[in-house]
Design a protein around this ligand. Sequence first.
Ligand code: DP6
Length: 336
Amino acid sequence: MNRSHRATASAHPNIALAKYWGKRDFGHNLPAVPSLSVTLDGMCTTTTVTFDDALEHDEFLLAGAPAADGPTGRVVTMLDRVRAASGLRARARVESANDFPTAAGLASSASGFAALAVAAVRAAGLDWGAERTSDLARRSSASAARSLFGGFVELDAGPEHVPDEGALLSARPVFPAEHLPLAVLVCVATEGAKAIGSTDGMRATATRSPYHAAWLADAPRVFRAMKTALDARDFPAVGELAEHSALAMHANAIAAGLVYWTGVTIDVLAAVRALRARGVPVYATIDAGPHVKVLSRPEDAALAGTWMRAVPGVLRVIECAPGGGARVLGDVAEAP
Ligand code: DP6
């Protein structure tokens, strides 16, 4: 008998305020430093997983079209983990869509692997909570572990000694979304995909940057200070630390020859600093791509948006706020 097990889930991207960059262990995907992020409501990935005995191999469709071999391989690896844990042997069809441009390198792996993990676990009938599902997402992409949860979320560094295969490393929610009113303005600088993915970028940084040891020593301090600033709802301190974390991460990557920035990145950074010099508390953070994300208080978001849209090369500005965690949409279907 042909049976299919299907579930759909959605997840939002997150932006790290205290960045993760570097791995303690590549095989187990264990971060070298702790990180703290905010999950964003303005963008969303929706993914349906269907395990179906009739399929001969796993299929991964992104926005309706078959995905490239690289992303498909990462999806199959997660599906294999879910099959191993559930005893299910059927191959799966994975259909995923982002409501933001995937090719623009906008944190799609975080929301993508979070939505995939939730949908695959549910479709396979595994009775896993968010902690175990976050660990599953982390094994595919560490930032995805944080998108399981809404609001402000932390992920520890991996342990000094590589643990047993079964040991969990999951993200944890620290403060709810409403804890600190915040606007995040994503300044889209290009429609092109990023040149070097995070995993390869981290490998190159660890190998080639003379500053990597300094980054590894400083990042935990920034992480702790960020938690204290968030606890105090001290927005300027949160912003200063976030900008520091991003610039330190990029200084480290640049020293390895990895320049994720373009001229637009520098110009938006300059606009953020010019607006700040006028007394408006706005701060910049940047992931492994050219897009600057501007952090502001909600009441300053309209003004900040006007400034950033005026920077030549900014294609558009997506305004986000702290959002919720990944979730299953609708019920599992088990069709004959
Ligand atoms: C710059 O989670 O994409 O966004 O674990 O290798 O998949 P892998 O890396 P990924 O790295 C994210 C790096 C970052 C900072 C952050 O989100 O903490």
